[in-house]
Design a protein around this ligand. Structure first.
Ligand SMILES: Nc1nc2c(ncn2[C@@H]2O[C@H](COP(=O)(O)OP(=O)(O)OP(=O)(O)O)[C@@H](O)[C@H]2O)c(=O)[nH]1
Ligand SMILES: [Mg+2]
Length: 422
C-alpha cells in the first residue's frame, strides 16, 4: 500500500538562500515521489528562529498537526537538517514518523543502488548516519530490505542496534568494500589498456545525463523522471565524427547540501570522473535554479580534487532547450555561439548533439601534437598503428612508402619514433 507523506520546507527570511524556497520545495517533493510516497500536502514553512528542541515554533506545529491527523499521514519529510532531539520531539508532537533530508536521500540511494559496491556504500552511509543519531534516545532502528529502512512498514524486522554493533558492522562493510574496490581496480586497469579516452557526463540530478547517454550510445540505461535514477557509473563506447572512439561514462547526479556521510560514501562512485580525460557538465537549462545547480556541481567537483578542471572551464551541455520559450531559446543559442564551452542541446530530440560531439572531439585533439611520418608500404602494422593511435590529417601514397601527417596524444608519441621525419 502506498504510504502518504507531508513535505515541509522550513526557510528563514533572515538568511536568504540563493534558491527560491518554492523551487527547493519542488525538489523535496520530487525526491519524496522518487521513493513512491504519495505527497498529500506540501508547503514552505517560514521559520523566524530555529527552536533547539523542536525546530519549528509551537503555533506551526499545532497547525500542521491538524493536517497530519486528518490526512492520516505516514511520514513527514522535513527538508532540512534535524538534530536527533528535534526529530524525536516532532515525532511525539505529530504522532507519526519524521525524517530529514539526509534520511530521505539515504532512502533513495538505498532503493536505487544496483551494484554490490553501490549497495555497500549506501549501507555504510546509513550506519554512519544511524551512529550519529544514537546520541540520545535513538536506540531502535528499523531496517527493511531494499530501502535504507527509515520508512518502516510491513514485513520489517526490528533489530536493536547499539553503537558497538554498529561499529562491528561498519568494520565488516569496509572490509567488503575494499574487496569490491580491488576487483573494480582490476577492471579499470583492463579498461586502461583499451586505448580510448574517457568522457564523463556529470551534472545535477534530473539534468538529463542518462537521456543524453542513451542518445549518444543508443543504450538503454534506466532513464526516468525520477531523481537519482542512476547510481552506478555506466560506460559505453561511442564513435566521434572523425572516427575516433571514446568511452562515455554516465554518473550519479549531484544534489545541493549532499549530506557529508553521502559525499564520502559516494566518492568511489565518482572515481570514474577523476579518471576522465574530458568532463561534460550536463545542465537542465530550463530549471529556475540552473545557476545555483551549476555552482553545486562545480563545488563538489572541486572537493573531489578537480578544481583545475573546473577553473579551466568544462564543456557545458545546456540541456532541455525545448522547454524554453522561442525567444529565450534564440537568446541562449546566440549567447553560447560566442563561447567554446557552452552547447545548447535537447537530449530528448537529439538537437545540438552533433555540435556537442564535435566540441568533445576538438577538446580531445587540442592537446595533441602534429607529427609527420613515413611508413614503408609493406608495413601494414605501422599503417594500422597510425589509424589506431593518431588522427590522420593527410596521407600521400608513393610507390614504396606512405607519408602521413598525424595528430597524436603526447602520451603516444614514442610509438612513432621509428617512423618520424623532419
Ligand atoms: N523536455 C526535456 N526533458 C528532458 C530532456 N532530457 C532529459 N529530459 C527528462 O528529464 C528527466 C531526467 O532525465 P535523466 O536522463 O534520467 O536525468 P539524469 O541526469 O540522468 O538524472 P539522475 O540519474 O537522477 O542524476 C527525464 O524525465 C527525461 O525524460 C530534454 O532535452 N528535454
Ligand atoms: Mg541518470
Amino acid at each position: 500500500m502506498t504510504q502518504t507523506a507531508v513535505v515541509l520546507l522550513p526557510y528563514s527570511k533572515n538568511t536568504p538562500d540563493l534558491r527560491d524556497p518554492e523551487a527547493r520545495l519542488d525538489e523535496a517533493v520530487s525526491l519524496t515521489k522518487a521513493i513512491d510516497l504519495n505527497v498529500v500536502h506540501n508547503e514552505c514553512v517560514s521559520v523566524r528562529e530555529i527552536k533547539a528542541g523542536t525546530y519549528l515554533g509551537q503555533g506551526t506545529i499545532d497547525r500542521l498537526a491538524d493536517i497530519i491527523e486528518s490526512e492520516k499521514v505516514d511520514v513527514v519529510i522535513m527538508a532540512c537538517h534535524l538534530s536527533p532531539l528535534q526529530q524525536r520531539n516532532l515525532e511525539k508532537a505529530w504522532n507519526t514518523k519524521v525524517i530529514d533530508k539526509t534520511a530521505l536521500i539515504l532512502e533513495i540511494f538505498g532503493q536505487r543502488a544496483r551494484t554490490k559496491e553501490g549497495v555497500l556504500q549506501v549501507e555504510l552511509a546509513h550506519l554512519t548516519y544511524a551512529r550519529s543519531r544514537l546520541v540520545r534516545s535513538w536506540t531502535h532502528l528499523e531496517r527493511q530490505r531494499g530501502g535504507a529502512g527509515f520508512l518502516g512498514g510491513p514485513g520489517e524486522t526490528q533489530i536493536e542496534l547499539d553503537r558497538r554493533l554498529i561499529d562491528e558492522d561498519i568494520v565488516k562493510i569496509k572490509k567488503e568494500l575494499a574487496e569490491v574496490k580491488k576487483t573494480r581496480e582490476l577492471h579499470r586497469k583492463a579498461r586502461k589498456r583499451v586505448p580510448y579516452p574517457i568522457v564523463a557526463l556529470v551534472g545535477y540530478t534530473n539534468a538529463g545525463k542518462s537521456t543524453l547517454f542513451n542518445r549518444l550510445t543508443r543504450a538503454d540505461v534506466f532513464a526516468k523522471d525520477l531523481l537519482f535514477a542512476t547510481l552506478d557509473p555506466t560506460m559505453r563506447q561511442v564513435r566521434l565524427p572523425n572516427g575516433q572512439n571514446i568511452i562515455l561514462s554516465d554518473t550519479v547526479g549531484f544534489i545541493s547540501d549532499l549530506p557529508t556521510e553521502l559525499v564520502m560514501a559516494f566518492r568511489a562512485t565518482l572515481e570514474e570522473v577523476l579518471e576522465a580525460d574530458i568532463i561534460v557538465h550536463v545542465r537542465d537549462y530550463s530549471h529556475p535554479d540552473t545557476e545555483a545547480q551549476k555552482q553545486d556541481v562545480e563545488s563538489v567537483l572541486c572537493d573531489l580534487g578537480l578544481s583545475e578542471t573546473v577553473e579551466n572551464g568544462m564543456l557545458e551541455a545546456l540541456n532541455k532547450i525545448d522547454m524554453l520559450s522561442s525567444d529565450d531559446k534564440k537568446c541562449v543559442v546566440e549567447k553560447s555561439s560566442r563561447h567554446t564551452t557552452k552547447w545548447p542541446i535537447c537530449a530528448k530530440t537529439g538537437e545540438g548533439l552533433d555540435d556537442l560531439l564535435l566540441a568533445i572531439q576538438n577538446r580531445l585533439t587540442a592537446g595533441y601534437k602534429k607529427i609527420d611520418i613515413k611508413i614503408p608500404i609493406a608495413d601494414g602494422k605501422g599503417v594500422a598503428l597510425a589509424y589506431r593511435k593518431g588522427q590522420v590529417v593527410s596521407r600521400v601514397d608513393r610507390n614504396t612508402f606512405i607519408k602521413m601527417s598525424l595528430l597524436v596524444n603526447p602520451m603516444d608519441l614514442a610509438l612513432f619514433d621509428t617512423y618520424r621525419v623532419g
